[in-house]
Each structure stands twice: as C-alpha cells, then as structure tokens.
Write a protein that binds this ligand. Structure first.
Ligand code: MN
Ligand code: MN
Length: 306
C-alpha cells in the first residue's frame, strides 16, 4: 500500500473516525429493534460516537421502509420503529474534521432480507473495484448490474460521494446507475460508497418535513438569527446538524422558527426527508474507503485492505 497523498496524521484520524462508526453500527445491528423510540436510537448512537472520542459528522439517520434518507428525530419525536419494517441506520463520525460515513439496513421481515443482500453485494462489488485510475462510470455500472441481478432497481438520484475535511459531499459522486460520468478515482481520495435498492420506482422525492440543515452563508438579520448562526458555524462548521443539537443551549421552540427563517433566507440549507417515489421499500449499504496506491482501505470495516 502506498499512500503518499495523505499524511500519517490525516490517515490516523480517518481510520479512527472509521473505527468509531464501525463500532456504533455494530452495536446498532443488535440494539435497534421494532418498538424502540426512534429518538432514543438517534440520541444513543450519537452519544456513543462522542463517548468513543469522535463527534457526529451529521445527525444519526433512521430511515424506515419507503423513507430512503435524511430522517433524524425532531425534538420530542414520538415515532416508534414498526414491526415488520426495513430500517436504514446511517451514521457519520469525524475526528478533527476527518469523516467516516457508513450505513446498515436492518430487516425485521424475512421477505425483505434479499433486498438487503442486494445492496451489500453491490457495495462489495464496488469496493472490490476501487483503485486509482478507475472511472466512476465503471463502478456505477457494476452497482446497477448487481442490484438488477437481484430483481430490484437502484435509486437513480442518490449517490456515493467524496469525503473531504469538514465537507460531507465533496466534488466527485458515485451514482448508483450506469452513465457517462466525468470522475476518475485517484489515490488519496476518500469516498463514501452507498448503493440503494428499491422495489418501487427507482428514485426518491422530497417529503414535506426537514430535520437536517447545514450552514451556507451569513444572511442573518435579527439578533437571535445572528446568535444562532454563529453557534452553528462554531459548533458544526459546514457539517449537517439538527434541531435536537441546540437542546440545553437555546429554547427549542424558538430554534425551530429561526431555523425556518434562516433556511428561507439562504443562510442554511435544509435536507428534506427523502422518500421513494412510488412508496417502494428502500435498502441501503454504505462504507467509507480511502483509495490507496493499489486498492482501497475500508475505514468503516476496521481498516481492512481490499
Ligand atoms: Mn451515510
Ligand atoms: Mn454518505
């Protein structure tokens, strides 16, 4: 393995973040069950990231059935994980801005297990292909082939992405469907690869709720808007955050209103909950990898070499 592009310090932090995410998802795979409060799951997994020496890189996503992504509990969420559900748990941690991002899908109905197998197989195929010089188009084609081979559709408008320091979606993407994409994988790139499969229409649309935001620019007007925005910049930088994270610092009801205003005036960006267009079930698998001289190091799998 040759990794001249990243320093030892960067490598160490990326691997530590990956190890934190691995341990949190390992715990989640036995802890998350129907009947649990989604809010408890989000808070417990985020606290575990902190206990292990990292910080959440984004709010813990718990996306159920036809919800594909971007659901995190709002404050006082009463949602419960339903029986017979398909649950995506997507977790990110960072160490000094160096991010790991990974997800698992838990099936509580044996009929759904094969969809989970499909995304895992697609992810394994993609990881096995990663090396400097490979075209993203080749990886995307394989992801689509594997998912279709299981009889499902890939989600066309959700993509893997480059991870950069304090930047969750940096530059290059890895789409889950075939296409002519401009990107080439390079040594030192850090990617989150995340195949999504569905038995629905094959794309996601925005729902009406938004629980996750990130800082864009300072267009705050009133005193409280400025105060909240400065809190956001110093605590989360450009990384995604949620309303729950203001608990203990601000009055939550006021935060909800002000975030809505900041979203409308372009100071922050809102990530609406994403749901499958036809209400199909959605499964996801995700790992973060560092591209090495001759392959990939999967940070969220104990730094395993491929
Ligand atoms: Mn993720
Ligand atoms: Mn991701």
């Amino acid at each position: 393995m040759f990794l001249l592009v990243l320093t030892d310090d960067e490598l160490e932090k990326l691997i530590k973040a990956g190890e934190i995410v691995r341990r949190v998802l390992d715990y989640a795979s036995s802890y998350v069950k129907p009947g649990l409060n989604v809010l408890d799951v989000c808070e417990r997994l985020e606290n575990m990231i902190i206990d292990l020496g990292g910080l959440p890189a984004f709010p813990c996503n718990v996306s159920i059935n036809s919800i594909a992504a971007h659901y995190t509990s709002p404050p006082n969420d009463s949602a419960i994980i339903p029986q017979n559900s398909l649950v995506k748990v997507d977790v990110g941690a960072h160490v000094d801005g160096y991010i790991a991002d990974a997800a698992i899908t838990l099936s509580f109905n044996p009929d759904y297990d094969v969809m989970v197998d499909a995304v895992k197989a697609a992810l394994n195929r993609a990881i096995s292909m990663i090396r400097p010089g490979i075209k993203v188009s080749q990886i995307s084609r394989s992801i689509e082939e594997v998912i279709r081979g299981y009889g499902f559709k890939p989600i066309s408008n959700l993509c893997g992405h480059l991870l950069r320091r304090y930047i969750l979606h940096g530059g290059k993407s890895i789409p889950n469907i075939s296409g002519n994409y401009p990107w080439i994988v390079e040594e030192g790139d850090v990617f989150a690869i995340e195949p999504f499969a569905t038995d629905g229409g094959g794309r996601v649309v925005e729902g009406s709720s938004t629980y996750i935001f990130s800082f864009v620019r300072n267009r705050a007007k009133g005193r409280f808007e400025r105060k909240l925005l400065s809190f956001i910049r110093s605590h989360f930088r450009s990384l995604p955050f949620c309303t729950r994270w203001f608990k203990g610092f601000f009055n939550i009801d006021s935060v909800v209103d002000v975030l809505d205003r900041l979203n409308k005036n372009g100071s922050i960006y809102g990530y609406p909950v994403l749901k499958e267009v036809k209400g199909g079930l959605v499964a996801q698998a995700e790992h973060s990898v560092i591209v090495t001289g001759d392959g990939a190091l999967v940070t969220t799998l104990g730094g395993r070499l491929n």
